[in-house]
Write a protein that binds this ligand. Structure first.
Ligand SMILES: [Zn+2]
Length: 402
């Protein structure tokens, strides 16, 4: 809280600047070895985002580099992760989070696959990018606006620079206020504003309005916006934060894994136990195709299609839990995938609870492979019987099969 005398020096609407030092948070993993000394150095370097001008205050050395502010990367050879020998520290931190590690699976070619938490499908780890949930352009504009304000209102600027830590972020150089390289760098790397999404989602999101973007995403939508409203979003400072000082990426990530816990387990099973094994089979077929053995190719292709067809049959089968006695007969839930009502020997309806259903499904799914094999054998035997008259027909008419 600002005291009354301090309040006089902070213009109305700029009260949030007191928190500017602690607002952005560094990633907690993969920082380069010498980061501590680098930070000290960068607090003594002036950076001008528009011109890219850089002034090293102790040496008075001027240079220009518009891209001086970017992701802090790990020291070479340390903290490697798939797709990057020197990953951005934010990327590494987010990648190692337990929620993501829990759902990591091995692809058909032996690489790692993870879900993109923006669109939901599994993607290669290499295609994950660090995205600023609140676009970096808006962050930079707000930072520049604050520096401009310091130059407009010298009383405010003088007061602000007496506050603890502010000299790391702002300096007065030859009568003008500037933001330091550390100020821009730290906000750019704020871990609470970074999440990992696939390259396609990242380029689609670009610098569009973040709330509009969430609204248009099937995994977020209005429901997520309502949740954000409940977290009391504060959009007055540089970074958008909740009442608890959590950044948008942190809120979105936590919400995603919580809200879509069911999706998480289903998608992992689906990809690791159905999609990837089928891809591996497909790769074997492709290999044989490449060898030019037509007869073997045809046989393998048909065998693979059979696996896909049976997976499709499982989706079509009405095996969902039957309607419970508590459920209203008028409830609008989809009936098309449920089992019909069950009746016991005395003609009384059987009530199925979740535990009972789960146990039965486990046993039933264990029985399926044998049953399927039997059904396929049976059908092949019938097919063979059906074919025999054809063969004799052909021999009668003198046609010899090729
Ligand atoms: Zn994506």
């Amino acid at each position: 809280m600002l005291s009354k005398t301090q309040n006089d020096k902070v213009p109305a609407g700029w009260e949030w600047v007191e928190g500017v030092i602690d607002s952005a948070k560094l990633p907690y993993l993969g920082l380069p070895v010498k980061w501590d000394t680098t930070q000290e150095k960068h607090a003594k370097i002036i950076f001008h985002p528009e011109t890219g001008e850089i002034i090293d205050i102790p040496s008075e050395k001027h240079s220009k580099n518009k891209n001086a502010v970017g992701f802090i990367t790990a020291t070479k050879g340390r903290n490697p992760m798939p797709g990057a020998e020197t990953p951005a520290s934010v990327r590494y931190t987010r990648f190692l989070e337990p929620c993501l590690q829990d759902v990591l699976i091995t692809s058909a070619t032996g690489g790692s696959l993870v879900p993109c938490i923006a669109h939901g499908d599994y993607v290669k780890v290499e295609s994950l990018e660090s995205d600023h949930v609140q676009p970096k352009e808006t962050i930079l504009k707000r930072q520049q606006k604050l520096v401009a304000k310091l130059n407009e209102d010298s009383q405010f600027a003088e007061f602000l620079l007496t506050r603890p830590g502010m000299n790391k972020f702002f300096v007065n150089y030859k009568g003008k206020y500037y933001g330091t390289l550390l100020f821009y760098e730290l906000y750019f790397n704020d871990i609470d504003n970074i999440w990992l999404i696939c390259d396609a989602c990242n380029s689609g999101k670009s610098n569009s309005d973040v709330f509009d973007w969430f609204k248009s995403q099937w995994l977020y939508g209005e429901e997520f916006l309502d949740y954000l409203t409940k977290q009391q979003i504060n959009d007055k400072g540089i970074l958008i934060k909740t009442q608890n000082q959590e950044g948008l990426a942190l809120v979105a990530i936590e919400w995603f894994w919580d809200r879509h816990a069911n999706y998480k387990s289903v998608a992992k099973k689906l990809y690791s136990e159905i999609v990837v094994p089928l891809q591996i089979l497909n790769m074997r077929v492709d290999h044989v195709v490449g060898m030019g053995n037509q007869i073997r190719t045809e046989r393998l292709q048909e065998s693979l299609l059979a696996q896909v067809l049976f997976a499709q049959s499982a989706v079509k089968a009405k095996i969902g839990m039957p309607r419970g006695s508590q459920e209203s007969p008028h409830s609008s839930s989809d009936e098309s995938y449920r089992l019909g009502p069950l009746i016991d020997q005395d003609g009384k309806p059987i009530t199925v609870d979740v535990q009972m259903y789960k146990e039965a499904i486990e046993i039933a799914s264990g029985r399926i492979p044998d049953l399927l094999e039997d059904v396929v054998k049976e059908e092949l035997e019938s097919a063979s019987k059906r074919r025999k008259p054809d063969v004799s027909d052909q021999s009668q008419t003198g046609n010899v099969p090729l």
